[in-house]
Design a binder for this molecule. Structure first.
Ligand code: SAM
Length: 351
């Protein structure tokens, strides 16, 4: 494969940044480094562990990410599938930590994981330069969690991973919970307690139509307003009312953030269905097989890796990324007549 060299001639000015045709600056890159996963969460998978798409070599992800960084990306989140399954992950993080943004700053380096292998990997990842992790955990009741993940003893294992991540300093530590009515919405109040006890930021996420099967319906989504009401009911019981909304830290922040009256514990709510935030989206995705996706719900993918493998030089690849990002969709159309699910489900895109 012909590797693009960052020392090659560039036609795109060195200080150019990715901006789409709707005026949104794109500075956040999510990279899936495998679409394999060791969990089979019932709302995500049909029951198979296996990959559907090829993986690139670790140094190929690095080369592609380097090109994005040369176009103004400042935040990189590694994801999957389950990124902790990839050999070479720690080396990739170490190399990414050595990159600098256009302003000469280190990247904001984060990772999303199910936490199953985090107990042993948290400290090496931190030492390699990872800043933060987000752990997905959809129940705090061990039996409910095992039923969702379809893996034995998953709750204790992930809890161990969360504690190891906090001990390693991968903070602020976020725990993401996708809520589905009738599956795990009985966990909302226990999660509010968990946020305070474990000193983590618990973020509830509305379920999106991105599953492998056909589970999604508007009724299964637990909307933001209902989540707030139910956390408030918990807060009332504990006499830590009212839930206080926190100011956004940056305009592209996806979560609405809340704390309790006594300031202990933080709850975030990510509401892509009931209160879409597409207008402030700053993200672009690279799949495990090197395709650019400009939206979770894109109907088309853009084969960046294919071009690189065919020998495209740096200039051509930069041009391709710039043009692709310009065509980013204005918004998603969840719940509208004629809505089409994307060809890949969440686990194969990289959440
Ligand atoms: N394996 C890693 C993990 O568990 O975090 C990374 C990949 S996983 C696909 C990323 C996140 O997407 C998880 O928090 C998962 O719960 C979430 N997710 C999966 N399907 C979803 C859906 N249909 N709607 C909303 N979030 C979803």
């Amino acid at each position: 494969m012909a590797a693009a060299s960052l020392s090659a001639d560039r036609t795109i000015p060195l200080n150019s940044r990715l901006v789409d045709s709707h005026g949104r600056v794109i500075h956040d890159l999510r990279v899936s480094i495998t679409d394999r996963c060791n969990y089979k969460c019932v709302y995500c998978r049909t029951g198979e562990f296996g990959a559907q798409y090829p993986e690139l070599a670790i140094d190929e992800y690095l080369r592609l990410i380097e090109i994005f960084v040369s176009l103004g990306i400042t935040k990189v989140r590694l994801t999957g599938g389950e990124p902790l399954l990839r050999h070479g992950l720690v080396d990739l993080v170490r190399s990414l930590a050595g990159l600098r943004t256009l302003d000469g700053q280190p990247l904001d380096l984060a990772l999303t994981t199910n936490g199953h292998l985090l107990d042993s990997l948290a400290a090496p990842l931190k030492a390699a330069g990872l800043n933060r992790v987000t752990v997905s955990m959809d129940a705090v009741d061990p039996q409910t969690f095992e039923r969702i993940t379809r893996v034995e003893n998953s709750f204790q294992t992930v809890l161990g991973g969360i504690r190891a991540a906090r001990a390693a300093g991968l903070t602020p530590l976020k725990v993401n919970c996708v809520l589905l009515r009738g599956f795990n919405d009985d966990q909302i109040q226990a999660f509010a307690h968990f946020a305070r006890e474990e000193d983590v930021v618990v973020r509830f996420i509305e379920f999106m139509p991105l599953e492998e099967g056909r589970l999604w319906s508007p009724d299964i989504v637990v909307p933001l307003t209902e989540i707030v009401d139910r956390v408030n009911a918990f807060a009332a019981l504990r006499h830590v009312l009212p839930l206080v909304e926190l100011a956004p830290r940056d305009p592209s922040e996806t979560a609405r953030r809340y704390t309790f009256q006594d300031g202990a514990g933080e709850i975030g709510i990510i509401a892509p269905v009931s209160q879409a935030f597409c207008g402030a989206c700053s993200r672009v995705r690279l799949t495990s097989d090197g395709k650019i996706r400009t939206c979770l719900f894109s109907q088309v993918e853009h084969d960046l890796y294919g071009r690189m493998r065919a020998g495209a030089g740096l200039q051509e690849l930069r041009d391709y990324i710039v043009r692709t990002v310009q065509g980013k969709e204005a918004r998603h159309h969840i719940g509208e007549p004629g809505f089409l699910k994307p060809s890949r489900s969440m686990v194969h895109i990289g959440g």
